[in-house]
Design a protein around this ligand. Sequence first.
Ligand SMILES: O=C(O)CC[C@@H](O)C(=O)O
Ligand SMILES: [Zn+2]
Length: 440
Amino acid sequence: MGKYKGQSRLVLKPKSTQEVSQIMKHCWERRIGVVPQGGNTGLVEGGGVPVKDEVVLNLGSMNKVRSFDPVSGALVADAGCVLEVLSQHIAPHGYIMPIDLGAKGSCHIGGNVATNAGGLRLLRYGSLHGTVLGLEVVLPDGTIIDQLSTLRKDNTGYDLKQLFIGAEGTLGIITGVSILTPPMPQSTNNLVLALNSFENVLPIFKKTRARLSEILSAFEYFDRNAYELVVKHKLGKPLAEDEIADAPAFVLVETSGGNKEHDEAKLQEFLEEVMSDESLVKTGVLAQATEQFQQLWALRESIPEAVSKEGKAYKYDISVPVSTFESVVAKTRERLQEKGLYQTPGGVREVVGYGHIGDGNLHLNVVAEKYSDEIEAALEPFVYELVESHRGSISAEHGIGLMKAHALHYSKSKESIALMKKIKNVFDERGIMNPGKVLE
Ligand SMILES: O=C(O)CC[C@@H](O)C(=O)O
Ligand SMILES: [Zn+2]
């Protein structure tokens, strides 16, 4: 996003957990701040940026698969393994990673876990809080906590690993991950529906769940503006213009099942059913081959790239009731209009909404020519208050980082934040782990 410029004189690339431990011990004794980094693809604003000349600890050289059990699907890997490399490693055994996201080609599994990244498969396989079986972690004082269990069941008191999932490197450094991988589906299909109105998203979602429940693997949403940006920046092949006409909203449905013929027939039947109701759907495209499957996904997956090509983005990654998705986008646009900042010189170019509707996660992106205090003041705390009014979350899947630490209270109570600070203190009373992130 180009919002934060880090400063650090030293980047260390340890090759083993022992080396991480020695580095941490050294830094602990001298009270030197440390910022852990994975693949540097994080969307946690400023989460991996050293701001006070901290040492950068990059896990990229710890990239070995430690073990894989082809019966249980339990994978144990160094934190610096690239997500896609892990997928390739387990594919010949008939397994896939339970997490998938646009940055798969460079993000690290350790970073995924540290940020509790959500992504495109969460609807089907659940969050990392469920799929991570164990972790190996180095605490700020250099102590190694080996909890690299591959057990499905383990009720032996506090589940410590959960604290590190999504802690954004503020409690320690994840050096190893044990994760449960699901069997690879035999057949994967997708379709995109162009809807007549946003109000139709919910009935379609309901219908999708009812008709395709056992094979549904993703239900994604994007609005017209997001679609237009992808087409404008030539990142996706446009749908037939005459048919989609002025469709204001789109959904992408993906299925992953065990029987190709059965799944295709189910999807075809579903498409015919929703298309027969003209008040619901303008048009639908069912992917006929792998190339088209990828083209349809590109319409959704390329949105963040299209947004960054369009200008500087204010990104809000929020959880709100699905029924309010469109009104949140519309109210944000109205707010900018009122302030004379919408589509005016130097102002905001577009407000777009997209996201993982199946998980209740909306990505609200406000794209401007450049970052300005005026735009920021119009958006904050406005957006956060809007989220709070729906009892939503100001960070659904990206995290808090540096940028949203001050806004934590919109989603967490005073008492919860106080408890979080106590926990931080138990692990890191010297405050050397990723200082300033998550908690102010
Ligand atoms: O850049 C964003 O706001 C969202 C990125 C990512 O979480 C996505 O769902 O595409
Ligand atoms: Zn997302």
